[in-house]
Write a new protein. Structure first.
Length: 183
């Protein structure tokens, strides 16, 4: 390795503790999401609501100042929609998460039916259309499950986020400990 490459490695290795910190935080978040998925889903929804409120205020100020990046009408609509979503998400995060999951359920139903129809129409032109049909059937099944029990869907989604956060956290910790050797 040339001098520039080893110098960069040494500089990055000096910051190994940052990766370790991110890894530990991801592990803690993942464990919380796995053990208390509805609470984590509510927290994530509140965070999304706060971000939406901020975005709505910024967009509204752009409209008021005449600096909207698109037409004033669209910018005003976007600002008001962002503010409405933000207020609802902050005031009642579980209900808002349920509503978002119901929208996801509708989309899954539509996407699943679309895939099935597409596979049947293309069956003579493509090979392996069974996989596309299976994908459509699974999307429809997931959409139906989410529609019938949104809270369970929220919990499962939070569990998956938790599992992925734990895996990410473990990778970060391992990378940090390996980088530490190059300080």
């Amino acid at each position: 390795m040339d001098n520039n490459g080893s110098g960069l490695l040494t500089a990055v290795a000096r910051q190994w503790w940052v990766l370790l910190l991110f890894g530990v935080l991801a592990l803690l978040f993942g464990i919380l999401a796995i053990t208390q998925p509805l609470k984590v889903a509510a927290i994530l929804t509140v965070w999304a609501g706060v971000l939406s409120l901020f975005e709505g205020v910024v967009a509204l100020l752009a409209v008021i100042r005449g600096q909207a990046p698109v037409s004033r009408g669209w910018s005003l609509f976007y600002a008001l929609a962002s503010l409405l979503f933000g207020v609802l998400a902050v005031l009642n995060p579980v209900a808002m998460a349920s509503a978002m999951l119901l929208l996801l359920a509708v989309w899954l139903l539509i996407a699943g039916i679309y895939r099935i129809v597409m596979a049947v129409r293309w069956r003579k032109q493509i090979q392996g259309e069974g996989w596309l049909i299976l994908s459509g059937v699974l999307a429809v099944a997931l959409g139906v499950m989410f529609a019938l029990n949104p809270l369970a869907g929220i919990a499962v989604t939070a569990l998956w986020i938790g599992v992925l956060a734990v895996i990410y956290g473990l990778f970060q910790v391992v990378a940090a400990l390996r980088l530490r050797r190059f300080r």
